[in-house]
Design a protein around this ligand. Structure first.
Ligand SMILES: [Zn+2]
Length: 367
């Protein structure tokens, strides 16, 4: 860590982030699996999810560390992955431990400054939900035309906000956020769309897990996100495990405390399932498996829904090469990736510290 140029870990574009990650893999002598995406990026660049393994091929304890599941959030996760590779000597990985890096689960979203994939899918929702029958979300239907209007302008956004306020009049304060968190299966052009089948990113993620964790005794899945919590701080979050479940107990043991999270609130019960179920299925029966989110806080999210509506609309219906679309991408990206030295250093220090601690937990004897 002492020898790492922290600010040099971060990138301005997906292509730059990928280049840094691949170079770090090459320097470390790692083979890389390239899952090439059929689409192209914002500058016409090739898109791929890249997978590399640091540590023994037969290590029985595996950390599966992924970035960019929510596309635009991937710059922070990519920096941490590249930093771990560059500082691998100081990391002193125990013999029986491996880290599998899944770089840019959703490269299309990362390049285009979107949370969604090329199919319009939110990957965290698609990952396991694609296996289940669609579930209606009647509240989303009320918001549908507001979130994806026919036309867009500052005036349209003001109208949308007025209409949303009218809807909110006799509903709880967190109604919109909650409705979006529950997600929906009906509108691929909308927000928080689950998808009806496994999207490209989900398929790659499951394949990477199948290749690398199926023999392990202990599998610690860490999915790196941004946009929630205090500025530059790290929150280790329970993705959706109920507090009575074995994975929740694993998280408590590994972290030495309860993970932050929302396992027992209403919206997850409406989700019916555990978010990482599809990755759990790649592990052998009896293995100790659990997943967590790392959430790094960014800026105050006051107008994030407006920025999201604008960016989504311009991507789908506007001129993607226009200055206006570029400004909307930048405004949305700013909510998830702070171009400020103090934030970048804080994210790296917090991420490094927690991963170092978790490698210790991973290496401890199984049962
Ligand atoms: Zn996220």
């Amino acid at each position: 860590m002492k020898n790492v140029d922290v600010l040099g870990l971060y990138s301005s574009t997906y292509a730059e982030a990928r280049e840094k990650f691949l170079t770090a893999c090459q320097t470390a002598g790692l083979e890389v699996e390239h899952h090439v995406n059929p689409e192209r990026g914002v500058d016409g660049e090739k898109l791929a999810t890249d997978v590399a393994r640091l540590g023994a091929a037969d290590a029985s304890k595996v950390m599966l560390l992924s970035s960019g599941t929510h596309g635009v959030e991937g710059f922070c996760g990519s920096a941490i992955q590249t930093g771990l590779l560059r500082s691998r000597d100081e990391l002193a990985l125990p013999d029986d431990v491996a880290i599998v890096f899944v770089h840019a689960v959703n490269p299309h979203g990362m390049s285009w400054s979107r949370r969604e994939t090329e199919e319009g899918v939110d990957v965290t929702r698609n990952l396991s939900h694609h296996k289940y029958d669609p579930m209606p979300n009647p509240d989303y239907e009320l918001l549908r035309d507001l979130l994806v209007p026919e036309k867009i302008s500052e005036e349209t956004l003001r109208e949308i906000n007025r209409a949303a306020a009218a809807l909110m009049a006799d509903r709880p304060r967190d109604w919109i956020t909650r409705t979006l968190r529950i997600g929906q299966y009906t509108h691929p052009e909308g927000l928080t769309y689950h998808g009806l089948t496994a999207c490209w990113s989900t398929q790659c993620w499951i394949e990477a897990a199948g290749n690398h964790v199926s023999q392990a005794d202990r599998v610690m899945i860490i999915d790196l996100h941004t946009g929630y919590g205090e500025y530059g701080a790290l929150l280790t979050q329970n993705p959706s495990y109920r507090k009575t479940s074995p994975p929740f107990a694993h998280l408590q043991k590994w972290l030495g405390e309860d993970p932050a999270g929302f396992s027992d609130d209403g919206s997850i019960i409406e989700h019916r399932i555990e978010t990482f179920e599809a990755l759990h299925e790649q592990c052998r029966p009896g293995a100790e498996v659990a997943a967590m989110y790392f959430e790094f806080g960014t800026v105050t999210m006051e107008d994030y829904i407006n920025a999201w509506i604008m960016n989504n609309w311009l991507y789908l219906y506007g001129d993607r090469s226009s200055e206006r679309a570029a400004r909307a991408r930048a405004a949305f990206a700013h909510l998830f990736y702070v171009r400020e030295d103090g934030w970048k250093k804080s994210v790296w220090q917090n991420g490094w510290g927690k991963i170092q601690q978790l490698i210790g937990s991973l290496a401890s004897p199984v049962r």
